[in-house]
Design a protein around this ligand. Structure first.
Ligand SMILES: Cc1ncc(COP(=O)(O)O)c(C=O)c1O
Length: 402
């Protein structure tokens, strides 16, 4: 049976082309490809204690179907926490629990997009989100990102041009804090400029804040949701990077009518009450902040190991970002480095990175790569970047041929 002839348009886009055969992994390959949280950061005994608490004190509701919007106790916890820390006034009804931020992204697309609608995204961006948006066949406009995040002047220009064409974009998808993949963080003035433009054009802003709790240096900045006074921001959060990605637990917070619409399209009978209770039992009672402090120390050491190794082994071939938080360093190859040769040398030397093309929708990014430092211990990070430095040296054209 040729099942593909049964597929919906959406499924056809999602299935796409089959992956080309994967090259067999080398035994000693060090991968800096994926932004995986390190499960060793979560104590087994804490999780066991939380599980026991759930099964003794919340057994009936944890093991039963729950509301579509998600466990009210966890929504109350999140609302209280966000309100306290950021001066928000969210009601629990303004929060929807989701199967990770990924599900929030998918729900936003299905709730808001018709084929042909225009959306604005950063370039580079988290392509996982853009792939989800693309199932709804929007016209996607890419906006540049620099060392301070989304270039808001470019947003201004794009919005003016679209207004001239009589087009109102459905939303802007942005990661103002520790952007994936650049690690860039938008300063306060840019956040304010962005929100001013959103107000002027009545533009909905989807703020993806997957890494916001993982700041290693500098002062906290208010989120776009915290700065917004006009109901123009919906913020996505997740337990993936601070507790466990395997829990598949996140949330969307924003204007109540929009959260109700997102909830209406949630077709999984609600995010797992069991996992929601578990996260609450684990995080509640003041345990979350000390955990986050440990987590920041843990990942800061890895970030520092990556930056020190880049200084030591890669200077002269590549420029890189110095992220204040999150999981990623973004590298731009100097002109002398041949990207294809680099790939081959890196494969042979046993280091893997995310090629920049994976972060642009358009055919760009060849001169960039993303390194994730979250999943590899500091010694291995240094070893990986030493290999990368060697690969860069091999891939740099000899001076006389430049
Ligand atoms: C920016 C960003 N948003 C969302 C996600 C998805 O997170 P979740 O595991 O909560 O679905 C990721 C995962 O890497 C991410 O980097």
């Amino acid at each position: 049976m040729d099942y593909s002839r049964l597929y919906s348009q959406m499924a056809r886009i999602g299935v796409g082309k089959p992956n080309s055969a994967a090259t067999p992994a080398q035994p000693d390959l060090i991968s800096l490809v994926y932004g995986l949280p390190d499960p060793s950061t979560v104590s087994t005994s804490d999780l066991l204690a939380a599980t026991e608490l759930v099964l003794t004190e919340h057994r009936a509701s944890a093991l039963q179907y729950g509301p579509s919007q998600g466990l009210s106790e966890l929504r109350e916890f999140l609302a209280e926490r966000l309100n306290e820390r950021e001066g928000l006034t969210l009601a629990p009804g303004q929060i929807l629990l989701t199967g990770g931020a990924s599900q929030g992204i998918g729900l936003i697309a299905r709730t808001l997009l018709e084929p042909g609608d225009t959306i604005l995204v950063e370039a580079p961006t988290f392509l996982g989100a853009v792939r989800a948006f693309r199932l709804s066949q929007p016209r996607v406009i890419e906006l540049p990102v620099d060392g301070a995040g989304l270039v808001t002047e470019a947003l201004d220009t794009a919005l003016a041009r679209l207004a001239g064409e009589g087009v109102r974009p459905k939303f802007l998808y942005t990661m103002p804090t520790f952007q994936n993949p650049t690690g860039a963080t938008m300063p306060l003035e840019r956040r304010q400029h962005l929100l001013g433009l959103a107000r002027q054009h009545n533009l909905l802003v989807v703020e993806d804040d997957a890494y916001g709790d993982l700041r290693y240096d500098g002062l906290e900045l208010p989120s776009l949701l915290a700065l917004d006074r006009d109901g123009l921001v919906v913020r996505l959060g997740t337990f993936s990077k601070v507790l466990a990605a395997g829990m598949r637990l996140g949330w969307a917070a924003g204007p109540a009518p929009l959260v109700r619409a997102l909830t209406a399209l949630k077709d999984d009978s609600g995010t797992s009450p069991y996992i929601s209770h578990l996260a609450l039992a684990w995080a509640g009672g003041g345990r979350l902040d000390p955990h986050l402090e440990r987590l920041r120390r843990f990942y800061r050491e890895r970030r520092d190991a990556a930056l020190a190794a880049l200084d030591r082994y890669c200077t002269g071939y590549v420029r890189w970002s110095r992220p204040l938080g999150g999981f990623y360093v973004w590298l731009e190859l100097d002109d002398a480095v041949d990207a294809a040769l680099l790939r081959r040398a890196a494969d042979r030397l046993g280091v893997d990175y995310l090629p920049g093309q994976a972060c642009f929708l358009s055919d760009r990014g060849e001169r960039y790569l993303r390194l994730s430092f979250s999943f590899v211990d500091p010694d291995r990070i240094e070893q990986a970047i030493q290999r990368l430095g060697q690969a860069l040296a091999e891939a740099a054209r000899a001076p006389e041929r430049r």
